[in-house]
Design a protein around this ligand. Structure first.
Ligand code: NI
Length: 259
């Protein structure tokens, strides 16, 4: 089953949401998991996800922490949104990102907001979608300190081989997006070979990271087919096998196989 496990259909770059969903269905995409980056965005994603084949995750992204005043209020809001819809399947996307903050001025706030959402996921028994960029050490520390970890995935994996081993050991799944097709991504493709097939997820991260050969365009969930094909080629497997296995993995992680 072809599933785009990570797309941002609330993004302004997606001009016609209905058309984008139809295009995905026409391309054989059976499910889409809509990600959120803020409280407001979570409400919008959940509203769009109120139809067959669509699900949403709710959460505050590390690049959207400026608008968070009180963390407890943020958690209460998220919990309210989760309780208000059956389409919510996880907490995401959340995480740490020091790519845009090399001096780590936001470190404390990022860690506070990420940790609170991780704890919320444990409490609500929901899987997490983690975004981690240039924050391996901090992420490592938080995850090792937590008594109970939620289930979840590292989406659009951007870590080292050492970090990959750690997250696999912790039971996480690992998502790959369109950037795995980029000419410059030889290192990422090497990492891909080290992910067990039963932990692999595929995604578009649309509207970002459009894969080759449509790189530079507004990315859409229909392009997850290109990602599946590219990953299959890299691993010398049939595209159908990749679609089946990654689909199975996604259904299992988000408990959609028992619905
Ligand atoms: Ni994303």
């Amino acid at each position: 089953m072809l599933i785009d496990t990570h797309c941002h259909l609330t993004d302004a770059k997606i001009v016609d949401v209905k058309k984008t969903i139809n295009e995905a269905h026409n391309a054989g995409v059976e499910m889409m998991f809509l990600q959120s980056t803020s409280i407001e965005d979570s409400r919008r994603a959940v509203a769009i996800a109120e139809q067959e084949g669509l699900y949403a995750t709710v959460g505050v992204h590390p690049e959207d922490i400026d608008n968070v005043g009180n963390v407890e209020e943020m958690i209460a809001e998220l919990e309210k949104i989760v309780g208000g819809s059956k389409r919510v399947i996880g907490i995401g996307e959340i995480g740490l990102d020091f790519y845009w903050d090399k001096e780590k001025k936001t470190k404390e706030k990022q860690i506070q907001i990420f940790s609170a959402q991780m704890e919320l996921a444990v409490r609500l028994k929901l899987p997490v979608v983690i975004h981690m960029r240039e924050a391996e050490e901090e992420c490592f520390e938080i995850l090792t300190k937590m008594g109970t970890l939620p289930r979840g995935e590292f989406h659009c994996f951007a870590g080292s081989e050492k970090f990959l081993k750690f997250v696999l050991k912790m039971g996480f799944y690992v998502g790959f997006a369109g950037n795995v097709t980029f000419k410059s991504a030889a290192g990422l493709r090497e990492i891909l070979h080290k992910v067990p097939l039963n932990r692999l997820l595929i995604e578009t991260d649309s509207p970002y990271l459009a894969p080759e050969p449509v790189r530079g365009t507004v990315n859409i969930p229909a392009n997850v087919k290109i990602v599946a094909t590219a990953i299959a080629k890299e691993l010398a497997l049939d595209t159908q096998k990749i679609e089946e296995q990654t689909g199975k993995n996604a259904l299992c992680l988000y408990s959609l196989d028992i619905l």
